[in-house]
Design a protein around this ligand. Structure first.
Ligand code: XMP
Length: 510
């Protein structure tokens, strides 16, 4: 049995949060779709399984199901919300629709002592979100916890080590949810918490050494955190056989390229810069469709790489800074869903490169990536930089990309970040940036009429970029940003603040 937790995803918006909580408890876990085969589960050989919640009802025509055999594999199981209902339904219990749909806070009453309630008190605050509930327990199960409206809120089969819970222990609103999960993982499933970033670095370096040996690895530095951390990790494993190529697209933030190169210099890692803004601007000329821009930029990146790779003899591996959220979002894991933006790194390896793909951060969440970077000596300010989209400023300039527009945005964006840092809120924000709007408005400066571009300021808070809220920025900060941009950036005479959450908006404008 491997020391890891398998999370089966039934479509809950909180599945990723379950994974985050398990990792925070220093246990490695992976999310897989609910319908992976029994054979695959056996292969994965998890020490415990968590069944996520989901929007379905077990009696729906196409309700997602799992093979009943999973319950006799002798693996401890925790079902959350829909997961609980599925356990009850498949093992012979009954589900009914709740008289009063229950969304929000509730108090948990402990009906029976159980190891799952260790360190929890009577009346803990829990978060409910369901329309169905268990109305008849399957044989061998007892109800050990209830809320005022839901008698079978926590169910237990002690012998089989199968538990079900109607509330969501993974959300922050369930105050002691992490303790509940910890009890299941440490005490019931008896999993050893051995997942730390130090152990990850040690294990990865060893594996990368074995995989790569004396071969060369080409890696694309985008300027962002993920590819930089992938590079330092690979450098620790293969030293000078790592060839980090930095494609300067001309679409980066002000000073970003220089900062990257000097950071690597400090770590004695040689970077191979390729100044390529000319070709990017040429190919983007006249293009206004967001998806076309992304495709052109992606393809140009690869073309430049392909050309650069030819400078070196026989490179066998190609490394990417793909992270776990990219993997989860990729269609192979999540199943078909609408393409909102084609921005994922997964599977970006062009066939013609004829190289083998190495993705050393594939298992990690963003904060884990940052921790690895810190362990490997990257500076704190560098690791804590806000995420930046692969296509760069091109997706922050609706309409055509020109050198002048990029210059305007770089200047404005620099001011925004500088003021946000000065205000001491940089680390609180997921992102803070400017968007150069393709419209002009009339202004007056020094008694003269101006007719220039508008800059939208976007500041968002988020835990993972999947959902986000606009930041309630102090008016003084907004005023400083606005005054400075209009005074200092030639070509911008108006500043507006974006107050759209995601959903329904997205974080980037394109
Ligand atoms: P959206 O705009 O989809 O952005 O709400 C969510 C997060 O993803 C980042 N983003 C990208 N990252 N390549 C990337 O590597 C892209 O094409 C891309 N587009 C958006 C965005 O900055 C935000 O943090």
């Amino acid at each position: 049995m491997k020391n890891f937790v398998l999370i089966l995803d039934f479509g809950s918006q909180y599945t990723k949060l379950i994974a985050r909580r398990v990792r925070e408890l220093n246990i490695y876990c992976e999310i897989h779709p609910y319908n992976i085969s029994e054979k695959k589960i056996k292969e994965l050989n998890p020490a415990a399984i968590i069944l996520s919640g989901g929007p379905s009802s077990v009696y729906d025509k196409d309700a997602p199901m799992i093979d009943k055999n999973v319950f006799s594999m002798n693996i401890p199981i925790l079902g959350i919300c829909y997961g609980l209902q599925l356990i009850a339904y498949l093992l012979g219990g009954k589900i009914g629709s709740t008289k009063k749909r229950e969304f929000g806070f509730a108090k948990l009453n402990i009906l029976k002592k159980s190891p799952i309630f260790k360190d929890l008190k009577e009346g803990e605050q829990v978060w409910m979100s369901h329309g169905d509930e268990v109305v008849k327990l399957p044989e061998g199960f007892s109800s050990i916890g209830a809320t005022a409206n839901t008698p079978n809120t926590v169910i237990e089969n002690k012998n089989l080590k199968i538990y079900g819970v109607q509330f969501h222990p993974e959300v922050a609103h369930t105050t002691k949810g992490k303790i509940f999960l910890k009890n299941f993982l440490y005490d019931i499933a008896r999993i050893k918490p051995d997942w730390t970033m130090e152990s990850f670095v040690e294990k990865s370096v060893k594996e990368l050494k074995e995989k790569i040996g004396d071969e060369k690895v080409l890696l694309g530095l985008s300027g962002g955190v993920d590819s930089a951390v992938a590079a330092v990790l690979l450098y620790k494993a293969v030293g000078k056989n790592l060839i980090p190529v930095f494609v300067d697209t001309g679409l980066l933030r002000k000073k970003e390229g220089e900062e990257l190169i000097s950071e690597f210099k400090k770590l004695n890692i040689k970077v191979y810069p390729v100044k390529s803004s000319k070709i990017f601007f040429q190919r983007l000329k006249g293009i206004t469709s967001p998806e076309k821009k992304r495709k052109i930029i992606g393809k140009t990146f690869i073309d430049i790489f392909y050309k650069k790779a030819k400078d070196f003899k026989s490179i066998r591996f190609f490394a990417q800074g793909t992270t776990y959220p990219d993997v989860i979002e990729s269609s192979s894991v999540k199943g078909p869903s609408a393409v909102i933006k084609s921005h994922h790194n997964v599977g970006g390896l062009p066939k013609k490169l004829k190289m083998e793909l190495v993705e050393p951060l594939r298992e990690l969440f963003k904060d884990e990536v940052r921790e690895v970077g810190k362990i490997l000596g990257l500076d704190e300010w560098f690791i804590k930089r806000h995420p930046f989209p692969g296509p760069g400023l091109a997706v922050r300039i609706p309409g055509e990309i020109t050198k002048t527009n990029v210059r305007k945005l770089q200047e404005a964006d620099f001011i925004i970040r500088e003021e946000v840092k000065k205000a001491g809120i940089y680390d609180e924000l997921w992102q803070a940036f400017g968007v150069l709007l393709p419209i002009k408005s009339v202004g007056v400066m020094g008694d003269k009429r101006t007719y220039e571009n508008v800059c939208a300021v976007r500041m968002v808070v988020s835990s993972d970029g999947m959902t986000a809220n606009w930041y309630k920025a102090p008016h003084e900060l907004l005023q400083k940003i606005s005054t400075r941009i209009v005074n200092e950036v030639r070509g911008i005479n108006r500043v507006v603040y974006d107050i759209t959450a995601k959903p329904p908006g997205t974080i980037e404008w394109e």
